[in-house]
Design a protein around this ligand. Sequence first.
Ligand SMILES: Cc1cc2nc3c(=O)[nH]c(=O)nc-3n(C[C@H](O)[C@H](O)[C@H](O)COP(=O)(O)OP(=O)(O)OC[C@H]3O[C@@H](n4cnc5c(N)ncnc54)[C@H](O)[C@@H]3O)c2cc1C
Length: 417
Amino acid sequence: MKWRVEDTEERAEFRAGFRDFLGSVLPAGWMAAIDAGDEDAFEAAREAAQWNPLAWTGTLGATGFAAPLWPREYGGLSGETWMQQVIREELRHYRLPLIGINLLGVGLAGPTIIEHGTEAQKERYLKPILSGGEIWCQLFSEPGSGSDLASLSTRAVRDGDEWVVNGQKVWTTIAQFAKWGMLVARTDPEVPKHEGLTYFICDMHAPGVEVRPLKQLTGTAEFNEVYLSDVRIPDERRLGDVGDGWRVARTTLMNERATLAGLSLDPASIMGGARKDPWQSFLADIPHTSDPVVRQQVAQFYIEQEVKEITAFRASSARLSGAAPGPEGSVNKVFNAEYNQRRTEFAVTAGGPGAVAWAPEDNAAEARAHSFLRARAGTIEGGTSEILRNQIAERVLGLPRDVEVDKGQPWSEILRN
Ligand SMILES: Cc1cc2nc3c(=O)[nH]c(=O)nc-3n(C[C@H](O)[C@H](O)[C@H](O)COP(=O)(O)OP(=O)(O)OC[C@H]3O[C@@H](n4cnc5c(N)ncnc54)[C@H](O)[C@@H]3O)c2cc1C
């Protein structure tokens, strides 16, 4: 790790404790191989370990290190932001997944329940998130509502102690594995769009929930369409007050950005950690590195990578000293996503014909093509680059706000696609 704030005594002690923990659960040779920069030894340790991402989620979850900011009684460390930063630095250094398969549970649902849930809800839902026993997904986006999420149409109508939900969600990552969904639905269509929403915890195995995988251009089905037909949700699974769903959803969205900041959203690295130093694997993909034009482009990518790391370093040093996440998060998300697209495209172009047609056993070529195709999603997921640019323009540069043509109008009267 090139850019890192000097540890205080307290941080050094915490870091050493976390390393001791890693040493006690990782296979022999794993950490030593990375510290020595010995790729072959690392690969051997990893192969021998038969890496299991689900088991890793449980291992980390049992210690409090998976969610250091959560209260101790719900499985966290009642800790401070710098602890999360130190843990992330160490996990990244030792090429371990930063969160694991329950990314949305730990990063989004947990903090939302902690802030808005009743005591009974905290007791019921938080610990199984950390153990990996109950996977969560996010039922927010709809075919007609993504960036303008508050315009969503899924309806929830009260029926005694239950709510009856009808509608369609889309792009629901890992819904096929999820036990629970964070659901935002419209409970009052006659008030302005932000005011008529309510937030529910939806049982993904309840009658009327249908999950249909969507195949992406990478060939995998990371996300799904979810159809909700007369799904009954007990009122005790409502999170926050009726009509207060937008405020609850904003907690989820703020945590989404904080969770995703600096993460590669490639499921392989979320669940399995990085097999190689990303810069080294990029270089390994580039043939003809003696060509001066290729060299010049590689140098340009290196410069941009440094700028990216320095910006991330500034953000992390601000967080270590207790500052709330600032605009660097949005700037980094935009830059990272676009940089990844350009870099993976360059790798494919430099690879020549072998980058688009390869022998079945050529795993490196397949991984290169996969990265190129997966990078397309980076500028859409977790807020599009255009929306983030709007936010930077408004909140950082102080430019006028984006036009809101439907402000104050009841949802039932606004134009929707
Ligand atoms: C890989 C992946 C995983 C996802 N996982 C989930 C998930 O688990 N749960 C979930 O709920 N959602 C998920 N999403 C959905 C994601 O949040 C939305 O795709 C995103 O918010 C954009 O919404 P949209 O696709 O409806 O596009 P739209 O909002 O329709 O946007 C279309 C285009 O118009 C632009 N645009 C829209 N409004 C403005 C504006 N005001 N100013 C300038 N430009 C604008 C956008 O930037 C975009 O280029 C995922 C998406 C991806 C790609």
